[in-house]
Design a protein around this ligand. Structure first.
Ligand code: NAD
Length: 362
């Protein structure tokens, strides 16, 4: 029986994750999938219990599962720890690395019922349906870093100061595998891929662009365009409907995917999947939201849509995934909203009720 490792984590994690698990429990059997769930410790909750934010047992259980469902980690209680011990760093990065997850997929779909919830004009965002694919284990975040003291002359004095260095490295195999993933995903959508880089300035971007141009010969059905990252940031808010699949470097993707999140009305609506290894990791795009934790205020939809991605990607059940997306759409059409997407004339519900309403419609 396929195994799902469930890692609720911190803050709102233990509130939103059970709602998504119950959705899986309801949908999977209808599509002939029986699942076994196992719960594990991660983040601040794991520090409090066993002194480590990514216990060895959690990493082992992740490797032994068919998919991992994560809530979120971190919060003020652990913010005073040294940077390298904080859950966001000490749990998430080694988990992604340990599972070999080199691609983060973030779909950004605006439900029409939420067209008024975006900070952008309705006519700009209505119909937005794009995916950002971010390279996750290379680039600027993973390059060699250093700090050093250096001396320089100013006038007749010699002074010393500090210098910090980050490096951005990509190899062709790293670029090829993320682009191949983007091209394959685009084949199931409109076929359009926008590769985002800064090839007018960065050598790594020039290699990225050259690699894409060579690869595209093997993908005649793909319509590839290149765009500079600064222009992409502008185009995302000017006319997001021009995009379908966006693929980019780690840091560019981190920033652009957060920017794109606001097109869907709230970060509480955005799911994600990290893939590339044998086991994929599914989690909402947001963090642990300590400001609303424990108050039944969190929007569980991002996590529920993350299990829809799990059914599609890990278990190859696109119809099951679609049934979840439709149930979410129906609940929103019926006027139910959590606080983050609340509009005049709608009915505000809590985390638990929103989960129950979605399951009722499945
Ligand atoms: P956040 O995403 O947790 O919250 C940002 C804002 O969005 C807050 O106002 C929050 O209330 C709101 N929000 C987030 N998710 C929501 C939901 N489902 N429903 C309704 N509102 C929601 O980001 P932050 O405040 O910068 O970070 C809080 C903690 O989470 C920090 O410790 C941070 O390091 C951590 N974090 C973890 C992850 C992760 O586990 N993947 C990602 C980002 C941040």
């Amino acid at each position: 029986m396929p195994k799902i490792l469930v890692l609720p984590g911190d803050g709102i994690g233990p509130e939103i994750v059970p709602e998504a698990v119950k959705v899986l429990e309801k949908v999977a059997p209808k599509y002939g999938l029986e699942l076994e769930f196992q719960e594990g410790l991660i983040g601040g909750a794991a520090i409090d219990k066993v002194g480590k934010s990514l216990p060895e047992e959690t990493l082992e259980a992740s490797r032994a599962s068919d998919a991992v469902l994560l809530g979120a980690v971190g919060g003020p209680k652990w913010d005073t720890l040294p940077a390298s011990e904080r859950p966001e760093v000490a749990a998430l990065l080694p988990l992604r690395k340990g599972l070999g997850l080199y691609a983060n997929i973030r779909p950004c779909l605006l439900y029409s019922a939420l067209a008024d919830s975006s900070t952008l004009k309705k006519e700009v965002v209505e119909g937005t349906d794009l995916v950002v694919i971010r390279e996750l284990t290379g680039g600027l975040y993973f390059g060699k870093k250093s700090r050093e003291t250096y001396t320089f002359s100013s006038g007749d004095k010699t002074e010393s100061a500090e210098r910090a260095i980050d490096t951005l490295v990509y190899t062709t195999p790293e670029i090829k595998r993320i682009l191949a993933l983007a091209f394959d995903l685009a084949k199931k959508r409109s076929g359009k891929v926008t590769s985002v880089d800064k090839a007018n300035v960065l050598e790594s971007s020039r290699l990225w662009r050259e690699t894409a141009d060579k690869m595209i010969e093997e993908y005649p059905e793909i319509n590839l365009e290149h765009i500079y990252v600064d222009n992409c940031a502008m185009q995302l808010v000017r006319n997001p409907k021009q995009f379908d699949v966006i693929v980019t470097e780690n840091t560019f993707g981190d920033i652009l995917s957060d920017q794109a999140s606001m097109l869907s009305g709230s970060i509480g609506m955005l799911p994600s999947a990290s893939v590339g290894g044998e086991v994929a990791l599914y989690e909402p795009s947001h963090g642990s939201a300590p400001d609303i934790a424990g108050k039944d205020l969190a929007n569980p939809i991002a996590t529920i849509l993350s299990v829809a991605m799990m059914l599609e990607i890990t278990f190859d059940l696109p119809d099951a995934a679609q049934s979840i997306r439709k149930a979410v759409g129906d609940v929103l059409e019926a006027g139910y909203r959590t606080g983050d997407i609340m509009s005049p004339g709608c009915r505000q519900v809590g985390t638990v009720e929103m989960g129950a309403l979605i399951r009722e419609r499945l």
